[in-house]
Design a protein around this ligand. Structure first.
Ligand code: NCD
Length: 308
């Protein structure tokens, strides 16, 4: 098992099952401490930089909450317009500067590979908060953690991943994360234009994940987990391509007819129209609990990476 302290967090595939189990156990402790109001401020005196070049609600605010709960302070920005990038500064210079100010950098950027690039420049740990359509490892961590909470683990489960598997980094990281486990079956459910990219399918195949394309209708009764994602409108190279798939799928109470009672529905959020709000009041709706798990998971991650 690799040492957590000082580690960069770029892709979920940088981690082993054992690494993740260490993280989840730490998150369990954090969750208990939060509930009982006795969180130890183990990051007192640390500064975490939140460098968000792209919009974010949950990822940024849960990292900020996590850092502050543990006693750390945060610095950062939430758009390119707010910083010197608007004056022409390049990413490398921005990262060098943040590296000089903070003890860790959480980075979200529209370019694939931005976090890896930053990690090569920065001496302090870099945590990928999403790079283009590629990776979103901390989302995958909290997704797996939520499944572990609901079903006790991932092995043996039947899991459907529905939506934009082509441009969605949350869906991509989730599918890659599943290759670390032994689910019974993984169904990839998407309109043809939104199927996973070739490099992702190659990883899936090489790693022996029992994945197959399917339609939701055909598999709904088998599923233990349904992971739903939004169509990533902003990443389509061609707006017409988006218009063709827009509204292509929607989970409603009637879609869920025949589902197992224990089926959980996850969604990284934000949702647009892919889950009917009437689903929210069913026992299947786990997406808000999932979002809340972002705080204990990121507390655990920061405390492990910063060696508290
Ligand atoms: C996701 C993202 O930014 O990739 N959001 C998140 O971090 N929870 C998913 C999305 O934007 O659809």
């Amino acid at each position: 098992m690799a040492e957590w302290r000082g580690r960069d967090v770029i892709s979920i595939l940088d981690f082993t099952r054992d690494d993740l189990e260490t993280l989840f156990e730490e998150a369990d402790r954090m969750k208990r401490a939060l509930r009982e109001g006795r969180v130890r401020r183990v990051l007192e005196g640390k500064i975490v930089a939140l460098a968000f070049f792209e919009p974010s609600t949950r990822t940024r605010l849960s990292f900020e909450t996590a850092a502050k709960r543990l006693g750390a302070e945060t610095i950062g920005f939430t758009s390119e317009e707010a910083i010197s990038v608007a004056k022409g500064e390049n990413l490398a210079d921005t990262i060098r500067m943040l590296d000089g100010y903070a003890d860790a950098i959480v980075l979200r950027h529209r370019f694939e590979g931005a976090a890896l690039f930053a990690a090569e420049i920065a001496e302090h740990p870099v945590i990928n908060g999403g790079d283009g359509r590629q990776h979103h490892p901390t989302q995958a961590m909290l997704d797996l953690y939520t499944i572990r909470e609901a079903h006790g683990g991932v092995d043996g489960l039947t899991i459907g991943v529905l939506g934009d598997l082509r441009y969605g980094r949350a869906a991509t990281s989730f599918i890659l994360a599943l290759t670390l486990y032994k689910p019974r079956r993984v169904y990839l459910i998407s309109p043809p234009a939104l199927e996973p990219r070739r490099e992702v399918l190659m990883d899936v195949e090489e790693r022996g994940l029992p994945a197959a394309k399917a339609s939701l209708e055909d598999v709904i009764e088998e599923l233990d987990v349904l992971y739903v994602t939004r169509i990533q409108k902003e990443r389509f190279p061609d707006p017409e391509e988006y218009e063709r798939v827009r509204g292509a799928y929607r989970v409603t109470p009637s879609t869920l007819r025949g589902a197992k009672r224990s089926l959980i529905i996850l969604h990284p959020l934000p949702r647009v129209d892919e889950i009917d709000p009437r689903v929210d009041s069913t026992p299947h709706a786990w997406y808000f609990r999932q979002a809340r798990n972002g705080v204990p998971i990121r507390m655990a991650l920061l405390s492990l990476v910063l060696g508290a």
